[in-house]
Design a binder for this molecule. Structure first.
Ligand SMILES: [Zn+2]
Length: 122
C-alpha cells in the first residue's frame, strides 16, 4: 500500500507488515530506503539504498501511543506535519504535540511547540 511521496527523495512510501520484539507492527518505508542483515547480523541499509526515511508504527511507544497509523502517516506526508495524541504514565493526562518528518529518525516530535486547543480534532 502506497501512502505518499517521500519528503526527501520523492520515492513512494509503502506500508509494510513487519514485527518488532515479537509484536506485529507496520513499517512505513521509502522505496529507496531498504535494510538487510549484513554478515555480522547488523541491520543496515542496503548498498543500493539512496534514502533513509523509515518509520515504525510503534515509534511513539515511549509516550504511550501504541500505534502510529497508516492514516496518520499518509496525512504527515501530505501536510508535512500532524498533531498526535500522547499520554503520560497511567493515570496522567493525554497531551498533543506536532510531529514532523525527520530524515535520520523518520519522525520527530516538536516538544517546544504548543498545540492550540482549537486545532485538536478528537
Ligand atoms: Zn526517500
Amino acid at each position: 500500500m502506497i501512502l505518499g511521496k517521500c519528503p526527501y527523495c520523492k520515492g513512494s512510501v509503502h506500508a509494510i507488515k513487519s514485527s518488532a520484539n515479537g509484536k506485529k507492527v507496520n513499517l512505513y518505508s521509502c522505496e529507496n530506503a531498504k535494510k538487510e542483515y549484513d554478515d555480522s547480523e547488523q541491520f543496515v541499509f542496503t548498498a543500493d539504498s539512496t534514502c533513509t526515511f523509515r518509520v515504525y508504527s510503534n515509534v511513539f511507544l515511549r509516550w504511550n501511543k501504541r500505534s502510529f497509523s497508516k492514516y496518520e502517516m499518509k496525512k504527515l506526508l501530505e501536510d508535512e506535519q500532524i498533531i498526535v495524541r500522547l499520554h503520560g504514565r497511567a493515570g496522567t493526562k493525554e497531551y498533543f504535540k506536532y510531529v514532523i518528518t525527520d530524515k535520520e529518525y523518520g519522525v520527530s516530535i516538536l516538544w517546544d511547540e504548543e498545540v492550540e486547543e482549537k486545532l485538536i480534532s478528537s
